[in-house]
Design a protein around this ligand. Sequence first.
Ligand code: ADP
Ligand code: ADP
Length: 218
Amino acid sequence: MIEVRELTKRYGGTVALDGLSFTVEPGHVTGFLGPNGAGKSTTMNIALGLHTPTSGDVLLGGRRYTDLEQPLHEVGAMLDAAPAHPGRSALNHLRALARTHRIGRRRVEDLLEQVGLAGVARKKAGGYSLGMRQRLGIAAALLGDPPVLMLDEPVNGLDPDGVRWIRELMRAQAAEGRTVLVSSHLMSELELTADRLVIIGRGRLVADTTMRELAERY
Ligand code: ADP
Ligand code: ADP
């Protein structure tokens, strides 16, 4: 479960988040919708301890990211698909991550297979296509088998096969009882993936609803 509580973030004079609160439940794909600049990435960055909030907090299974003992086992995220180390292969990238977090080598091999990178696992990630980088990002996010997944605009720029693959993966993760939060600025994208929807604008909550309720009410 993800709990966003009274979250405020200011960058100098810019108010990126303005008292934002909502909860994301396990077992669903929850879409996080809002126009560019609404505060979606800021919310996810704070959830992952990459930015500090001005006030309020985000709890993952009841704790702040910075208080998690084994963060990779608690939350997996793909915030952008740029490889952290372009000179490193997918295999070495995942192995390094696995080593740091005491995850077995076998899990790395299995994941490379699962995300469809087994054939290019020894090539440098800097030469990967966008779709392959997304697959590597997803593999890193899944490495610790976390109960919470957070994906920031994961299908941007992907070919139809890649888009379908990520959608199916998110739905399968939710069906296994995980909490999945996926951001997009496009309703047309989220209506194909999400069954719940959190809509924000200018750092504030606009609606917290289900797709069904949205279709019936509007
Ligand atoms: P979204 O992900 O919904 O497109 P963001 O969270 O990226 O929105 O941005 C929310 C607001 O915060 C925007 O006005 C953006 O310009 C501003 N912002 C985001 N990151 C920074 C930063 N590092 N420095 C200054 N302003 C920022
Ligand atoms: P390194 O020293 O090799 O960079 P780190 O342990 O610092 O190893 O990990 C950094 C890399 O791991 C980055 O690519 C980052 O995106 C990824 N990473 C860290 N935590 C997570 C997470 N919870 N979910 C997905 N990827 C993560």
